[in-house]
Design a protein around this ligand. Structure first.
Ligand code: GLA
Length: 356
């Protein structure tokens, strides 16, 4: 009987750089101290089976990747079948495994629970078969698994952050070259994540539609992606204007963080939220209200995180005020919307790994 080996992959929060990873833009994200954990035992029956503490039912797919991911049941097993299929295509031997999965990354919150799930499963399954996949290759495999499982045309920032995060640092990622810089988060800043109480799944959201709309802008300009557009070209085209101005905000944010100019960070996040709301139209009234409540409560900046349309807002504030900001925001948001928010203080975490 093989031994049990345990793997973890963190969720992420996107500090700035929304809806531009698929335009080969720049993003700043944080792998957070909330993990998907997979305990795995290799087996010799050629089957990958999985149980989850969050989802009902048992998953059982062929280890050679022959099972169609979207057709896999229960539904959460699509991601397992997606990972199995992608790894088989990459040359992983069809070694079976029993997986037991648990997650501290809230689902449907914009914190990349599915990217973390796929990265953790990919780590466990590669390990069981003695197949090595690391860094960007692991992130791209997890992204392909998501595409295969759900058809959601997600970019690469979630998986790269889950794989490449570093404790107490944010990750600056160039989604064209995959150049990375780990930016230390100063101790005087706290990062807050507040769930609006409005759930959403990427699959059920207009994410793919927004992506298609902004890709149409690139085509209209004769470009492959909006990374190559200038502000003059998109000044009167809201989707394009969002992409080009957001890319500039990410670079300004990165420079400010590198140089310790902390008071420049908040306004850039707020401008990012406004552009996501007005030009990209990926916000909802609850997220706008939550951003306002956070700022009124003393946050330096806040913006929706992830694809939008519900889920969480991320904010930064003075570390010593974290408790007071959370308390005031919760009160005001509840009174304004009748919804129950959930708040967490998050820290930068290390990328996915085996737990010894
Ligand atoms: C989702 C996708 C990412 C990215 C964000 C929006 O989280 O998975 O690739 O496009 O939305 O920035």
């Amino acid at each position: 009987m093989s031994s049990v080996r345990t793997f973890r992959a963190p969720g992420r929060v996107n500090l700035i750089g929304g809806q531009i990873d698929y335009h080969e833009g720049w993003v700043v994200s944080l792998a957070i101290d909330r993990d998907v954990v997979v305990r795995a035992t290799a087996s010799d029956d050629g089957r990958v089976t999985a149980h989850s503490s969050e989802f009902a039912g048992a998953v059982d797919v062929a280890a050679d990747g022959r099972d169609d991911p979207p057709a896999t049941r229960p539904q959460w097993g699509r991601a397992i079948a997606g990972v199995v299929r992608v790894l088989a295509d990459l040359g992983r031997e069809p070694v079976g495994a029993e997986l037991t999965i648990s997650s501290a990354v809230p689902v449907g919150a914009g914190l990349s629970s599915s990217a973390a799930f796929e990265v953790a499963c990919a780590l466990a399954l590669t390990d069981a078969a003695g197949f090595t996949l690391e860094g960007p290759a692991l992130a791209f495999a997890a992204q392909s698994a998501e595409h295969a499982a759900t058809g959601v045309p997600c970019g690469i920032q979630d998986q790269m952050t889950s794989v490449c995060g570093r404790a107490d640092h944010a990750l600056f990622l160039d989604c064209r070259t995959l150049d990375m810089e780990h930016l230390r988060l100063p101790a005087e800043l706290c990062v807050l994540v507040v769930h609006s109480g409005v759930p959403r799944t990427l699959e059920g959201s207009p994410y793919a539609q927004r992506r298609a709309e902004s890709e149409a802008v690139a085509r209209q300009l004769g470009l492959r992606v909006l990374r190559d557009a200038t502000l003059d070209q998109v000044r009167d085209i809201p989707r394009g204007r969002h992409a080009v101005t957001e890319m500039q905000r990410v670079r300004d944010f990165t420079r400010a963080l590198r140089e310790g100019r902390l008071d420049a960070l908040g306004p850039l996040m707020l401008a990012s939220h406004a552009s996501s709301r007005d030009d990209m139209q990926v916000s909802i009234p609850e997220l706008d209200t939550l951003v306002e409540c956070l700022v009124d409560a003393g946050a330096l900046g806040a913006r929706l995180t992830g694809a939008g349309f519900g889920g969480c807002v991320v904010a930064i504030g003075p570390a010593e005020a974290a408790g007071a900001i959370t308390e005031r925001t919760t009160e005001r948001y509840r009174a304004a919307t009748g919804r129950e928010p959930t708040a967490w203080v998050v820290r930068g975490a290390a990328g996915a790994s085996r737990i010894a």
